[in-house]
Design a protein around this ligand. Structure first.
Ligand code: ZN
Length: 329
């Protein structure tokens, strides 16, 4: 975003938002001169760079350019391996016929986001054999992952809940990433011969990936119980995958978020209580999204209440402010 013709006394453009949801449509500047401050309507020019959208907003915070690849931080992805893995993912007809899910999945593949999210933590190509589907699930869950087939050749079916698709495309992408991690974990256990053989298999495991750690999580946290116990999968995800999911969402965002949403929230603030507000920060936004579904975990519990409200606030902003054209209906 480019801010043009800003007066020297300009400080920060912002929108007035009440209850974190209802934002005034106008931009304001807080102007301070001679010891007194006032608020006045701001004139700004917005131009969006399609590849990276909102990166220039960081101008006020420093010289960081989010568009510039940082060779030191971004691991190289084996494109060929990623393409091979993606090609092997099966898609059921209903998934293939859903234009919105196709748009999201194709973009995830084009940017290698799925492959990268799974690979970044293990430093190893994903093992799971996947089948993607969309169907009506009789619950408010966004999706479910289930293991099928024999243990020598297991497949994980990811079912996206067709009743819960009236969400932003980026939020649906988050769901897919979340389920992909479930799928990978399910596959690793299947490879061990199921939970009954988990311990024995892990004790003799000679691979270099973090397989043995899974056993510790399994022993400590046990299985998932709806609405009461997050289970070892979610504890593992919360401890190890938040940043990678957030990174993936950041790559997808310029393509899956509407420009109206991006422009609207960029530089804005929202209130999480009558006195507490959050100045929009894109990295925090992606982290907040990545936490969805992991808010019963120990790591979430250990977080301070202000941070929890902040992350929930970001998710709420997306839910309330994204336009319907950028949702899967
Ligand atoms: Zn989950």
């Amino acid at each position: 975003m480019t801010l043009a013709l800003m007066p020297l006394r300009y400080r920060q453009p912002f929108r007035l938002c009440l209850s974190g949801l209802h934002c005034d449509n106008k931009w304001y500047n807080k102007v301070c001169a001679g010891g007194s401050c006032s608020t006045e309507l701001a004139e700004i020019t917005v131009s969006v760079v399609t590849e990276c959208g909102w990166s220039e907003v960081n101008e006020s915070a420093g010289e960081d350019d989010e568009c510039a690849p940082d060779e030191g931080e971004i691991p190289m992805i084996d494109e060929e391996l990623a393409d091979l893995w993606e090609e092997e993912v099966c898609q059921k007809p209903d998934f293939q016929n859903n234009l919105c899910l196709q748009e999201i999945w194709n973009k995830m593949n084009e940017l290698n986001v799925a492959f990268e999210t799974l690979t970044n933590y293990t430093s190893d190509a994903p093992k799971v054999k996947l089948c993607l589907n969309v169907k009506s699930i009789a619950s408010t869950k966004n999706a479910q992952s289930q293991l099928t087939g024999v243990t020598s050749s297991p497949t994980v079916n990811i079912d996206i809940n067709s009743n819960e698709l009236d969400r932003s495309k980026l939020s649906v992408a988050k769901t897919i990433l979340h389920e992909l991690i479930h799928a990978e974990l399910l596959y690793w256990v299947a490879e061990a011969g199921g939970t009954a053989h988990f311990e024995e298999y892990a004790q003799n495991y000679s691979g270099t990936d973090p397989f043995k750690i899974l056993l510790e999580y399994f022993k400590e946290h046990g299985q998932y119980i709806s609405d009461s116990k997050p289970g070892w999968h979610h504890e593992y995800m919360a401890d190890n995958y938040i940043q990678y999911m957030a990174d993936g969402l950041k790559k997808l965002a310029p393509f899956l978020l509407s420009s109206s949403f991006r422009n609207y929230v960029d530089g804005s603030r929202f209130y999480t209580s009558s006195t507490e507000y959050v100045d929009w920060d894109w990295d925090e936004f992606y982290t907040g999204l990545a936490w969805v579904g992991l808010d019963l975990t120990s790591k979430w519990d250990d977080m301070d209440e202000i941070t929890k409200r902040k992350y929930k606030g970001y998710v709420n902003q997306l839910k309330e402010l994204e336009v319907s054209a950028a949702k899967c209906n």
